[in-house]
Design a protein around this ligand. Structure first.
Ligand SMILES: Nc1nc2c(ncn2[C@@H]2O[C@H](COP(=O)(O)OP(=O)(O)OP(=O)(O)O)[C@@H](O)[C@H]2O)c(=O)[nH]1
Ligand SMILES: [Mg+2]
Length: 225
């Protein structure tokens, strides 16, 4: 009887030790599997992140003569506060919409900075060109600069959004005036899609800044349409 009990105790103990070892081994295998899986997904993550980074960034080049209102406009569009003072070099201001980062590259418009504009043309997704509609005297020079830009091979197929700025100034040119002065039809349409917008609300229901923002997104998305 006592031998029987001893045997049962031994069997129970063996089962217990065996079971524990099995659970331990299973747990270890599970740990190894998760560790490998996690390491793999990190590597894949890095690969994907690089691709994502490139495909999720857009370059908006913001040009126009000095004091035309570029920094002010970028500040309104991105809602990033800028101290409004002449841009001596360039500013890059990001705006994120639907997981796409639109970087606004504003280069100063002063004569001495303007000569560097051409260094910034590469990889542009949209040219936003700001024309001060209250400065009629500078109109010929700003249009000449715009025509030089659209004639540059590096901007081929890049859409152009012209903003008639400071439309709130009494006596300022209208959007139609600016469109006519540019002679948009003279810009080769197979090379550039061109749009001209004003910076004041065209009607109480339409917010000018939101309309500019939406136009930027649409032009960048489908540049050839
Ligand atoms: N009336 C009026 N003035 C504006 C408007 N936008 C900007 N300004 C004024 O125009 C001046 C120049 O504005 P900025 O935004 O610095 O012009 P910018 O094109 O960035 O100038 P640079 O960096 O020197 O090339 C400032 O005094 C602004 O307050 C506007 O919509 N209406
Ligand atoms: Mg500026």
């Amino acid at each position: 009887m006592s031998d029987d009990r001893n045997l049962k105790t031994l069997v129970k103990a063996a089962l217990y030790v065996g079971g524990t070892a099995l659970v331990g081994y299973g747990g270890y295998q599970l740990y190894k599997y998760c560790k490998n899986k996690y390491s793999r997904s990190v590597d894949e993550g890095f690969e994907d992140a690089t691709k994502l980074e490139d495909s999720y960034i857009r370059k908006i080049l913001v040009l126009g003569l000095e004091s035309s209102g570029k920094s002010s406009l970028v500040s309104k569009l991105t809602q990033v506060k800028h101290v409004i003072k002449p841009t001596e070099g360039f500013n890059v201001t990001p705006m994120e919409v639907a997981e796409i980062v639109y970087n606004f590259w504003e280069i100063g418009g002063k004569d001495k900075v303007r000569k560097f504009w051409l260094n910034f043309l590469q990889d542009t997704d949209l040219l936003m060109y700001v024309i001060d509609s209250s400065d009629i005297h500078s109109l010929p020079i700003t249009i000449k600069e715009l025509k030089t830009l659209v004639g540059d091979e590096r901007l081929k197929n890049v859409p152009v959004l012209v903003i008639a700025s400071k439309c709130d100034t009494p006596g300022a040119l209208t959007v139609r005036d600016v469109t006519d002065a540019i002679d948009v039809k003279s810009i080769e349409s197979y090379k550039h899609k061109v749009k001209v917008l004003g910076d004041t609300n065209p009607s109480p229901e339409v917010d000018a800044i939101e309309r500019i923002r939406q136009t930027i997104i649409a032009l960048v998305k489908s540049p050839s349409k």
